[in-house]
Design a protein around this ligand. Structure first.
Ligand code: F6R
Length: 624
């Protein structure tokens, strides 16, 4: 949600910043803007719409070359997505430029105060208030430090401003009077420092600078960073030196590129066998026992857990719904699954014996972070499942299990979802191992089956041409329903979500058994209904859904049936049959989700949509 880049060094800042924005565009694409400092003057350019519009403007009117710059790609919160509201925003003097990710909650009051004291605000954004506050605070601290003067400087002014702000924000600012300084600040929204040689970077995500350096510093909560070509200084909002965590990014620039695919989403779907394999790697000992030491929650404490609550949003929430079945079945613990955005606003009953698992690909989703903080206040144990090293979620949990999907850049989550499933299976089996709710050989047998899943997912991917053909043939439809039972129900929800967000079509996922309680009224002649059929081994469940298929078919539905290879019983009732490899019921989402991802991606592409950047969306939702 909004991408931010800052640069100081020896190269042309504009090139570095625009290249960084291109890698961050997945975070928001309502507008884009840059500021470069050259010859003591700020040059800014900004355009509504995608980065391509800004690139066009920069080509028409190139700003003077400078080696200090910053850029922003916006997901609009305050004010419509037009040129005026695009970042950077400047103060009354035109000397300070600011970009921002997040929401400043007390902005109305700050704005009123600024207007009363004579500042003229040109945009509808909350961000602009910060530029004017910096203008005032710079006067209060006696002006610039370092090159420009003897005052407290831009960093001190930023600390003073941050102390006045409520809400979530990442801010980056520069000033005409200090041509070697970019100042950043963070509370609740992500900001990472890229450490180069004679140059340094700031960004919402390492992808923005990965082509230049893989050495990064994770900024903590409420910290301000002074970035100069020769070094980086980090303090808290009071100016005290801060403890920071340095790390090396373990993937390179090729992981953040399309690698010959038309869309990141296609590449990420194709990467799923590897992502699943990587997430299993190193977690299974030679004796077949699971080793999840990185969880940092001692086995003794896991034995004391009496309830698990999973909090997550969107696709990650669907992974949580599937986790419930695995945890209850293998670990024998009660498990509730909550939308993170709802959890925080009720009064969940938690205790030190409750394990709260937060699932988030980005580790920055504000709703998930707020849910974790809510659980922390009530002394629950906290475990994160996260894909992004250096993000906020792992810092706020007692332990973390990283998924190893690699960077997921398409807005719609695919490979991260499959790896989240692997992570929840590992956790459920590990708890079963620790608590002894399953015999060691039962856990081992399931782990062996898990190890074969990359090959099964690869097999699904090999047979997707008929799914693509089907998707193209349905591009003119207005509505598609998805039905499933047991773990097939969250898969149905996920299939519907993918279709909604990519193809902008009405799509709903239902528990197949619920259909007769209302939704069956939606069925009409020719309505496409996708049904996920459990393995034949689950005979009662399987037979019930075969009956459901007959019920909807009798009412005119066009049935698209996903069933395990060789399941002859569904053949008479399937207008289209999509086969997936036979796997145990609990693991089936790993193979049944893939055709739904391909289906949504192809259908949206047939409708001419940009599947990497669906309208109104952004990856990493850092506002509540
Ligand atoms: C859908 C999608 C979103 C995310 C949700 C949570 O394809 O990607 O629904 O799953 O915004 O994001 P994370 O997992 O980063 O917390």
């Amino acid at each position: 949600m909004c991408g931010i880049v800052g640069y100081v060094g020896g190269r042309p800042a504009l090139d570095v910043v625009v290249e960084g924005l291109a890698r961050l565009e997945y975070r928001g694409y309502d507008s884009a803007g840059v500021a470069v400092l050259a010859d003591g003057k700020l040059a800014t350019a900004k355009r509504a719409g995608k980065l391509v519009n800004l690139r066009g403007a920069l080509a028409e009117e190139p700003p003077p070359a400078g080696t200090l710059g910053m850029g922003h790609t916006r997901w609009a919160t305050h004010g419509p997505p037009n040129d005026r509201n695009a970042h950077p925003h400047v103060d009354c003097t035109g000397a300070v430029a600011v970009i921002h990710n997040g929401i400043i909650e007390n902005f109305a009051e700050l704005r009123a105060e600024l207007e009363d004291s004579g500042h003229g605000l040109a945009s509808d954004t909350d961000t602009e208030a910060v530029a004017h506050l910096l203008e005032d605070e710079l006067k209060a601290v006696g002006g610039l430090a370092g090159t420009g003067g003897a005052g407290g400087g831009l960093a001190e002014a930023m600390r003073r401003v941050c102390r006045r702000l409520d809400g979530a924000f990442t801010l980056v600012a520069m000033h005409t009077g200090d041509p070697d300084l970019v100042v950043g600040a963070r509370r609740n929204s992500p900001l990472v420092v890229g450490v180069g040689e004679g140059e340094n970077f700031l960004a919402s995500d390492v992808a923005a600078f990965i082509a230049h350096t893989r050495d990064a510093i994770e900024l903590g909560q409420d910290q301000v960073v002074e970035l100069r070509a020769g070094g980086v200084t980090i303090t808290d909002f009071e100016g005290r030196p801060a403890e920071v965590q340095e790390y090396h990014v373990d993937w390179d620039v090729s992981a953040a590129e399309k690698g010959g695919y038309d869309y990141f989403m296609l590449k990420e779907i194709a990467e799923q066998p590897r992502a699943v394999a990587d997430t299993l790697l190193g977690r299974i000992g030679a004796d077949g026992r699971l080793r999840l030491d990185e969880m940092r929650i001692p086995d003794r404490e896991l034995r004391e857990v009496d309830k698990i609550i999973i909090v997550a949003c969107g696709t990650s929430y669907h992974a949580g719904l599937i986790a419930k079945y695995a945890i209850e079945h293998w670990a024998g613990l009660p498990c509730e699954v909550e939308l993170a955005s709802e959890f925080r606003y009720r009064d969940p009953i938690l205790s030190p014996a409750t394990l709260v698992i937060a699932i988030s690909q980005s580790g920055e989703t504000m709703d998930a972070l707020m849910a974790v903080r809510h659980a922390r206040e009530q002394k629950a144990k906290l475990l994160g499942i996260c894909n992004v090293n250096g993000s906020t979620l792992p810092r706020e949990c007692d332990g973390v299990l990283y998924t190893h999907a690699g960077p997921e850049i398409a807005v719609a989550s695919t490979k991260a979802f499959l790896t989240q499933l692997v992570a929840v299976y590992l956790i459920a089996l590990y708890i079963a191992q620790v608590r002894g709710t399953k015999w060691g050989d039962e856990v081992f047998a399931m782990v062996q089956l898990l190890e074969r899943m990359p090959e099964k997912v690869a097999k699904v991917l090999e047979t997707m041409e008929p799914v693509r053909e089907l998707a193209r043939s349905l591009a003119g439809e207005r509505c598609v329903l998805f039905l499933g039972r047991h773990v097939g129900f969250p898969v149905a929800l996920e299939g519907a979500l993918k279709l909604k967000e990519l193809a902008y079509m009405h799509a709903e996922g239902f528990a197949a058994g619920e259909l007769k309680h209302g939704p069956i009224a939606l069925i009409e002649e020719g309505l496409p209904v996708v049904v996920i059929v459990p393995p034949r081994a689950r005979d009662v469940l399987h037979d019930k859904i075969v009956s459901n298929i007959q019920e909807i078919r009798a009412r005119g539905a066009r049935t698209i049936v996903i069933a395990e290879d060789g399941d002859e019983s569904v053949v008479p009732y399937a207008d289209t049959l999509i086969g997936v490899p036979a796997v145990p019921t609990l693991l089936q989402p790993l193979v049944t989700t893939v055709p739904l991802q391909v289906f949504a991606c192809e259908l949206a592409t047939a409708k001419g949509h940009d599947v990497d950047q669906p309208r109104n969306l952004a990856k990493s939702v850092t506002v509540e």
